[in-house]
Design a protein around this ligand. Structure first.
Ligand SMILES: [Zn+2]
Length: 103
């Protein structure tokens, strides 16, 4: 089981930056941010982003899903937190959070 924080959520998708794979500017996906033969960092390496369905819900929670990762097949606990980007910015979510607390 792996815990990750969702980078972004919208009505359709949850996205997180995978701790196990990287995308290179060539489009290749690799499990290492460096060339294993020369031990030099790939300058273009960025964390690869995996996408799962959000069930149309934007609130903070933990979603447990099967991994989409080629390099790690453990289940992932995707934490949707205050850090997770929302479609209209996090102020809207905070507005509803505060609004619900006052009812
Ligand atoms: Zn991955």
């Amino acid at each position: 089981m792996v815990d990750v924080i969702a980078y972004e959520i919208d009505e359709k998708h949850i996205r997180y930056k995978c701790p196990f794979c990287y995308t290179l500017s060539s489009g290749r996906i690799t499990d290492k941010a460096y060339n294993p033969r020369t031990f030099t960092l790939y300058k273009s390496a960025k964390p690869n982003i995996h996408t799962h369905g959000s069930c149309g819900e934007l609130h903070n929670r933990i979603e447990t899903r099967s991994s989409h990762c080629t390099f790690n097949n453990e289940q992932v606990n995707i934490h949707i937190t205050d850090e997770t980007k929302r479609p209209f910015g996090n102020n809207v979510v905070n507005f509803f959070k505060n609004y619900n607390q006052t009812i």
